[in-house]
Design a protein around this ligand. Structure first.
Ligand SMILES: CC(C)(COP(=O)(O)OP(=O)(O)OC[C@H]1O[C@@H](n2cnc3c(N)ncnc32)[C@H](O)[C@@H]1OP(=O)(O)O)[C@@H](O)C(=O)NCCC(=O)NCCS
Length: 395
């Protein structure tokens, strides 16, 4: 058996869509819409594996940017991993994933993110489960009214720039949401149509847009795709509206990815019985430690405002990589490790959990034998923030 890996080109794209449709049991338009609509898709970042000349497996990378508070971390979103049912368990997907890792390392994508129902495939390639918080709510029998003085209207194209700027503000303290360009916002509905009955509703206060909520109904579940408000009250209106839509559509369940402890969770609890669970389908890979820290640096600076005193440097060792974290007054600087530095050693998974602010992820710091003041510097730049990747950005 001869195998070969090739980049996707326009003339084989239809064959790729056909392969994906067969692999996932979905219609090929589902994939076509997202490839054509999402500006972070490119044939240059999609590969097929051919066995004896036949296209049998496919992997692609979306080139995206994650917001990290004030920081921005570029990442490779691994998607549409599919092998022809007759050619499975021959190592094809694993080979394409290893090729994708090489691409990400060469092209400044220091992090990778994916969603999967087959974690063992990715664990072998260096991805680790980074649990996401998922909100589930039982839909009440009656919708309670939200605050007065607001009206809800369908989204209009002319509101795009304004809503995108609200999004920027509303997400500015969070870890995880995508950095969405206006073009990306504009095109999202072109692939969201494949996700069920999707509605983009804009919340108006005294006639002016003040936020939005996007929901999708699939079967008896209302999925909260994303919520954006210019104030807590607008988020409250969005929650009341989503619950109303669920009640009126006969849904039994509301589901959404959320940042634990966010206003959204608090507000939604006022309108429905909610539970927070975790999903292990979200996985991340650390491709380049220094690249990740560089992206997060503006946020580290902001966090240092709580603890601005100068302190000794510490070398962060993660797997085979090491980066020196220096703590001059009020900032953080990165540098190469120096002989005699104090060190903290973490596995890739421990680091990823700490980076994404998971509960308990700071334990390796608190249990290390570092000096208390250095521990407190590290705890300050890696607090338990939680994170969220909205359903609206699923790939
Ligand atoms: C998942 C899928 C892409 C795997 O493709 P593949 O080419 O058969 O995968 P590989 O042969 O490279 O598998 C490498 C390893 O991953 C793991 N693996 C692969 N498929 C698996 C499965 N269905 N369940 C559990 N582990 C699996 C195994 O450890 C395997 O090694 P082994 O065969 O020596 O045990 C393929 O089954 C598929 O197209 N499924 C439907 C679409 C899908 O679910 N895609 C993944 C979405 S994230």
């Amino acid at each position: 058996m001869e195998t070969e890996i090739r980049t996707v080109s326009e003339h084989i794209h239809d064959d790729v869509l056909d392969l994906l449709a067969r692999s996932f049991g979905k219609d090929d338009d589902y994939f076509r819409r997202q490839h054509e609509g999402d500006p972070s898709y490119s044939h240059d970042r999609a590969w097929v594996l051919l066995e004896d000349g036949k296209i049998v497996s496919h992997v692609q990378i979306y080139d995206k940017v994650m917001r990290y508070g004030d920081g921005r971390i570029p990442f490779g979103g691994i998607a549409d991993v599919g092998t022809d049912p007759e050619y499975r368990r021959r190592g094809h997907a694993a080979k394409l994933l290893s090729n994708a890792v090489g691409y990400m390392k060469r092209n400044d994508l220091p992090l990778s993110l994916l969603y999967t129902g087959t974690p063992p495939l990715y664990e072998a390639g260096g991805w680790h489960s980074v649990p996401a918080t998922v909100l589930e709510a039982d839909v009440p029998t009656e919708a309670r009214p939200g605050p007065r003085a607001y009206t809800i209207k369908p989204f209009e194209e002319s509101q795009l720039r304004l809503l995108a700027s609200y999004w920027d503000q509303a997400m500015s303290n969070l870890v995880g949401p995508l950095d969405r360009s206006v073009e990306y916002f504009q095109k999202q509905p072109s692939w969201h149509v494949g996700w069920g009955d999707v509605q983009w509703d804009v919340i108006h206060r005294v006639g002016h847009p003040a936020g939005f909520v996007r929901t999708a109904i699939e079967g008896e579940t209302l999925e909260l795709l994303d919520v954006c408000g210019t104030s807590d009250e607008v988020v409250q209106v969005a929650c009341a509206w989503a619950v109303r839509r669920a009640v009126e559509s006969g849904c039994r369940k509301i589901e959404g990815r959320v940042s634990p402890g966010s206003i959204l969770v608090r507000e939604l609890a006022a309108f429905a019985d909610i539970r927070l669970t975790t999903s292990d389908s979200q996985m991340m890979r650390l491709n380049d430690l220094e690249g990740v820290l560089r992206g997060a640096l503006p946020e580290f600076h902001r966090r240092r405002r709580h603890n601005p005193l100068a302190d000794q440097p510490v070398t962060l060792v993660v797997g085979n990589s090491a980066v020196r974290l220096e703590f001059p007054s009020g900032t953080v600087a990165l540098g190469p490790p120096e002989h005699g530095d104090r060190m903290i050693e973490l596995t890739d998974k421990q680091f990823l959990h700490m980076l994404m602010g998971l509960p308990g992820a700071q334990e390796p710091i608190t249990e290390s034998d570092l000096r208390p003041s250095i521990k407190s510097q590290l705890l300050n730049i890696f607090p338990q923030t939680g994170h969220v990747f909205w359903y609206a950005d699923a790939f």
